[in-house]
Design a protein around this ligand. Sequence first.
Ligand code: NAD
Ligand code: IPM
Ligand code: MN
Length: 355
Amino acid sequence: MKKAHIVVLPGDGIGPEVASAGVAVLRAVAERFGHAFTFTEHAIGGDAIDRFGDPLPPQTRDALLACDAILLGAVGGPKWSDPAAKVRPEQGLLAMRKLLGVFANVRPLKLHPRTAALSPLKPDRTAGVDLVFIRELTGGIYFGAKTRSETDATDECRYSVEEVERVVRHAFELARTRRRKVTSVDKANVLETSRLWRSVATRVAADYPDVALEHQLVDSMAMHLLTHPADYDVIVTENMFGDILTDEASVLAGSLGLSPSASIGGPGAGVYEPIHGSAPDIAGQSIANPLGTILSAAMLLRHSLGLADEAATVEAAVDHVLEHATLTRDLGGTATTHAVTRAVLDAIQSKAEAA
Ligand code: NAD
Ligand code: IPM
Ligand code: MN
């Protein structure tokens, strides 16, 4: 029996809709396997700005530092998006990542036969796609100095050797458990930070003679992801390139709404969240796809709680639901968020009966 305390950050837009699906799945897993999970909800993002004037209020920070794992919905939305606004929901997310030191953002991409048919790519291009992005998450242009005047603005991009080395090592270690190939993505033909990145990646690779390293420029990588995605295994890249490429890659699996993530590597709890945002265009309609969050909950079970069988049970339940075409609108179906979640819960439960 595993005891765990999980902080839930519903956030904004569809965030609360998908976060509650993730919590329901974790509760079902606890029941099925006899674990004791407790949950507390805390404010982040626009919701926290409205209630406390701060996108990451002190009580949320304290809770993040005293839990076993964190499940997040999404933050942001038009209400808080005035370019002149002093404070933004997204600052809460970035402050949380920095506070927890979660420098490695793991974003896996696997295709399910049912949803592969929804990919904009032809099936012969997507056959065999099974890759993982490791996106650097606590450095780069997101966290550099910013300036703004009437006439110009700057965002500084800075990386230290240490920041690059730890995330690249993470990618090599992961590749050793997979197909032993790392693709390091940069813009070394233009950016100094990318030249540093490339030299560190090359040096680290010498410690992993059993893993192949290739370097790829980010612009052509955006193309290769569409022309031969099945050739990639582990892709490691800096913060902003990883943000952009992973939204692009998610569509290969059929929808942005399917992609999960784990943000790990810090001394404390990991953060688990779908890669999508708060989807203001569909918020409040109960049509958001909850599977990216549910698969993030599976990553939480595996990475933060060490519960591999439980994680596999959730992933199998998601496969089962996709197989039986209980699909939200983004996947061409008509099922509600609640109906898809219910189908996943039923699949977890029926496995319990079969066991
Ligand atoms: P988005 O990811 O919210 O939405 C992009 C498109 O994908 C929209 O058409 C949306 O309806 C659709 N979509 C996203 N998730 C879906 C789901 N689960 N099911 C079905 N369809 C889904 O990106 P955006 O519109 O550019 O950003 C909206 C807000 O979200 C912004 O404020 C942005 O900063 C924020 N954001 C937050 C996070 C996060 O909290 N981690 C991530 C990305 C964007
Ligand atoms: C993500 C989001 C965030 C990011 C935003 C909302 C700050 O797009 O988690 O991918 O860019 O990291
Ligand atoms: Mn993003």
